[in-house]
Structures are given as structure tokens and as C-alpha cells.
Design a protein around this ligand. Structure first.
Ligand code: ADP
Length: 485
């Protein structure tokens, strides 16, 4: 076996900086690849506030990358850190990355995001070239790093260290494509001969996702179902035709979890530990969550949970339409999330109206998320589309039975009770309507009322192998096929 030198370039990675599942993947897949005997370095922007909050200490590498961008000469110092044995290189540029949010205030985006991530991409490639030995694979993630495969094939085609590196571009969510006005082309010296409809032009704008799709040697997305769905008009976000042209190099590999970090048998943030062999602690976690939410503490009241970005994608409106009726039926509901202001406001109002049965925490709080995954009976994920989804994996790992819309990775990772009663780990529904969601929840509640059936479903969920083992091997097969070309 050849030991590969793999460089991940991404805009977020847990535990350094996280807004969603991308961070979970970039913070955990490298560990699984290392376990398989390969060398992995992760390059990220130096988000000063977020690193401080995460308590991550960094040290300067005493290396600067110099570049011109938008008429300004920039000096970009590199830093390094090691977290849980994984090496990170961080690109410092405080005017661009030392901000409160990663991509912009809730519900919007920073106007200079193209400038921020173009500079990051160029410096990351310089860092890969200067600081690691010969690179075999450059693995990029989402639109923020979509220009990297293009730069590799154009401006870096003679670089002694990285010209021969193969690029893999993973689409974590096709809905976020990174579209920007075309006047940035010259300001940022983006290779303009690829600015046409077969390249990264999209309705007269620069589209970073298209750049990655066109230029990467291989494209993956985060579940086999989503890989098929994005070739259709319903899920293709207007790129289905373009993706079809490149479909030979597209495949889907389902995400895993860092199962040591997300482990109910050892998690120190939850009230009591538990696992498939010893589910007793789960009861204590439910009591603790009911107390935290100000609910009546009772073991037979169904406790529903949802942890999510509050965005249309996530089907939050499908839940909101049902809340009053679920409350009338006596259920309890704990929701953690932030995002679109109109959802935040509506959830806030509902929680003020029904404090004894509906708890809403507006914000991003991983410690609370763990308590909710551990304390809930049922985890709701009514997404309109879901490339993979990490929430349902965490829910199952912590014994919360997921009720999910049968789409993308939700379909691939949750085994539906209606199709396989003995191996079920959750319940699916098809139509993105409040009625279909409610009907699935009612089926779930009737199963919850039959203790033997419920404990089998919950035990299947707790035992599900959500580790990276199988998927890391699939990535490795792709890497190896690429370098043997
Ligand atoms: P996304 O589309 O947002 O990436 P995923 O399900 O793939 O959705 O991943 C979401 C990740 O973010 C999970 O780790 C989930 O626990 C976490 N998460 C989402 N919202 C919150 C929140 N408000 N507080 C803490 N963690 C959250």
C-alpha cells in the first residue's frame, strides 16, 4: 500500500469552526483516513474568534504567502495547530476571517465572500506546495473551495509539488453555489478562459460550484441518493444539465460520524451515559431534558426534538404547522436552532405561548445539542432535501428514533419501519406536507406506545454503525483509482 499525502481544503472543520455538517465531515473523515495509514493535513481559514471560543491554541509557522488581490498586496501568515492528533494549517487574514460569523450574519452573506475565499484558496494551494511533501490528493469541499481544482489545472500546472496532485471536489449542499458578479474576474485574476456556459459562468455570473464540478478529477456528494437526485430538475438547483455532462465522474458516499466524539457511553456533557447494552441512562437523560425545558417530568410523555439550521430546506414550516396540534395531543417538543428570522420569531412566540410543552432555544450550542440528542425519544428531520444529514445519525447514535422525509441521505441512512419492521431504525414519510409529516409522527407515537416494539427500534438505532469505516474506504478507493490513472 502506498502511503498517500492527502490535503483537505475547506471553509470549516469541527471542533475549530462549525456552522453545520460540513464541519463534522472535515473534522472527522481525515481521522478515519489516518487510521487507514495515510497522511492528512487540513487547511482552513484562521477564524480568530471561533478558534478562541473553541479553546484551540495555534502557533505561527513563520511563513508568509504574498499575493496580489483586488489591487492590494497581501501578506498572509500561516499558522499551525494539532487537534486530536490531526494537523491543521490556518491562513491568517484578519480583515477577512476574524469576524463573528463564518459566512455572514444570520440569513445573509458577507458581500466580500468571493474575495475572502479566493484569497484563502490561493494561499491554501501555496501552503500545500510549500509546506507538505509531494501531494497526491487535494480534497476540496463546497463552493468556497470550488476554484481550487480550476487553479490547479491552470495557474499551478507547473508547480513541482502539487501540479500532479489529483483533485476531488465534494458537494455537501448544491443549493449554496457561490454566485458573484463577473467584474470580480479581473479584480481577482480568475482564469477567465473558463468563463463560459460550459465552464463556471452561470447567467452572466461567476459560479464557484460550477468551477469545482468542471475542473475536479472526481466529484462526490454525500449520499448515493443525493448523487442521483441532483441530476433531476427537482433537486438539481438549475445545475442538473451541467452535472449530467460530468456525471461519469460523480458518485455518492454517505457521511459517517466521529464515533469517539459522539459516543453516549462516554459523553461527559450528558446527564448519564448509556448505550445499546445499557439503555437505563437514557431515561435519566430524558428526565434531565424535561427538567431543563421546564416540562413535566414523566417517562411516558413522548418527547420530540429537532436540532437544525432554521431554513426552508429543513422543512421547519412543516413542523410549525403541526406544533399546536401536537401540544393538544399532550406531546412535549424541544427545538434548538437558528437561521431565518421569521422561523426564529414564530418559534419564539409559540414557546412563550406553550412553555409547559414547547421549548425553543435560539442559537448554536453543541453542548445543549448533545443533551437534546440524548434526552429525546423522537428526532424530527422533515427536510425538503437533505444531501446526507448528520442530525439523524447523531439522533440514532443517542437512541432518539428519527422521523425523516425520505430524501437524499435520510433515505440512505434511516431504515424505515414501514418497509422493514425488524431492522427499522426510524420512520419515513414521502410528501413534503404537514399532513404527511403528522401521519408519520402518529405512526411513530403508536409504536412508542408498544414498549417491546419501541425498545427494538431504539435498540436498532443505538446499534447502527454510523462510523466512517466503510465510507473512508470508499474515498480511499477513489483516491487510489485517481492516482493510478
Ligand atoms: P446542515 O445542512 O446544517 O449541514 P446536517 O444535519 O448535515 O445539516 O448537520 C448539522 C450539524 O450541525 C449537526 O452536527 C447538528 O448537530 C449541528 N447543529 C445544527 N444546528 C445546531 C444548533 N443550533 N446548535 C448546535 N448544533 C447544531
Amino acid at each position: 500500500m502506498t502511503r498517500l499525502n492527502i490535503v483537505f481544503i475547506a471553509s470549516e472543520a469541527s471542533p475549530l469552526a462549525k456552522t453545520g455538517g460540513l464541519a463534522d465531515v472535515v473534522g472527522s473523515l481525515p481521522h478515519a483516513l489516518k487510521k487507514l495509514g495515510h497522511q492528512v493535513t487540513v487547511i482552513l481559514p484562521f477564524y480568530r474568534q471561533h478558534l478562541a471560543k473553541a479553546g484551540v491554541k495555534v502557533s505561527p509557522m513563520h511563513v508568509n504567502v504574498e499575493l496580489w488581490a483586488d489591487g492590494v498586496q497581501r501578506h498572509c501568515p500561516l499558522h499551525k495547530t494539532k487537534v486530536n492528533g490531526l494537523n491543521f494549517i490556518l491562513v491568517e487574514q484578519d480583515d477577512l476571517f476574524a469576524r463573528d460569523e463564518l459566512y455572514g450574519p444570520p440569513g445573509s452573506a458577507y458581500e466580500d465572500n468571493l474575495l475572502r475565499y479566493m484569497i484563502f484558496d490561493r494561499v491554501a494551494l501555496e501552503a500545500a506546495s510549500k509546506l507538505t511533501k509531494k501531494v497526491n490528493i487535494i480534497h476540496c469541499h463546497d463552493w468556497q473551495t470550488g476554484m481550487i481544482p480550476l487553479l490547479l489545472k491552470t495557474q499551478y500546472q507547473h508547480d513541482p509539488k502539487i501540479a500532479k496532485a489529483k483533485s476531488l471536489f465534494t458537494i455537501h449542499n448544491l443549493a449554496y453555489q457561490g454566485n458573484f458578479p463577473a467584474d470580480w474576474l479581473h479584480r481577482l485574476a480568475i482564469p477567465s478562459h473558463h468563463f463560459h456556459s460550459g465552464g463556471f459562468e452561470f447567467h452572466g455570473q461567476i459560479n464557484c460550484m460550477k468551477a469545482g464540478i468542471e475542473s475536479a478529477d472526481v466529484i462526490t456528494t454525500v449520499s448515493p441518493s443525493y448523487a442521483k437526485e441532483i441530476l433531476t430538475p427537482e433537486y438539481g438547483c438549475d445545475l442538473e444539465g451541467f452535472l449530467a455532462v460530468h456525471s461519469k465522474k460523480l458518485s455518492g458516499i454517505v457521511n459517517g460520524l466521529h464515533v469517539d466524539e459522539w459516543n453516549p457511553t462516554s459523553d461527559t456533557k450528558i446527564q448519564a451515559n448509556f448505550g445499546p447494552e445499557n439503555p437505563v441512562g437514557k431515561r435519566k437523560c430524558k428526565q434531565a431534558l424535561q427538567t431543563l425545558c421546564g416540562f413535566k417530568v414523566a417517562k411516558d410523555i413522548p418527547l420530540l426534538t429537532l436540532i437544525s439550521r432554521l431554513a426552508e430546506q429543513k422543512g421547519i414550516d412543516l413542523m410549525i404547522a403541526n406544533i399546536e396540534s401536537w401540544i393538544k395531543r399532550g406531546y412535549q417538543l424541544a427545538v434548538l436552532g437558528s437561521g431565518d428570522l421569521h422561523y426564529e420569531r414564530t418559534l419564539q412566540q409559540l414557546s412563550q405561548k406553550h412553555p409547559e410543552q414547547f421549548y425553543f432555544h435560539c442559537g448554536f450550542d453543541e453542548s445543549l445539542a448533545r443533551k437534546i440528542y440524548a434526552g429525546g425519544d423522537i428526532f424530527l428531520m422533515p427536510s425538503r432535501f437533505e444531501p446526507c444529514g448528520l442530525g439523524q445519525l447523531m439522533g440514532m447514535r443517542y437512541g432518539s428514533v428519527p422521523v425523516v422525509r425520505a430524501t437524499g441521505g435520510l433515505k440512505d441512512t434511516v431504515t424505515d419501519y414501514n418497509t422493514c419492521k425488524t431492522r427499522a431504525t426510524g420512520i419515513h414519510f414521502n410528501k413534503a406536507t404537514p399532513e404527511a409529516f403528522d401521519a408519520a409522527l402518529e405512526t411513530t407515537i403508536s409504536l412508542y406506545r408498544i414498549p417491546r416494539t419501541w425498545s427494538r427500534i431504539r435498540s436498532n438505532a443505538l446499534k447502527r454503525d454510523s462510523s466512517w469505516d466503510a465510507s473512508a474506504s470508499s474515498y480511499l478507493e477513489l483516491y487510489e483509482a485517481l492516482i493510478s490513472q
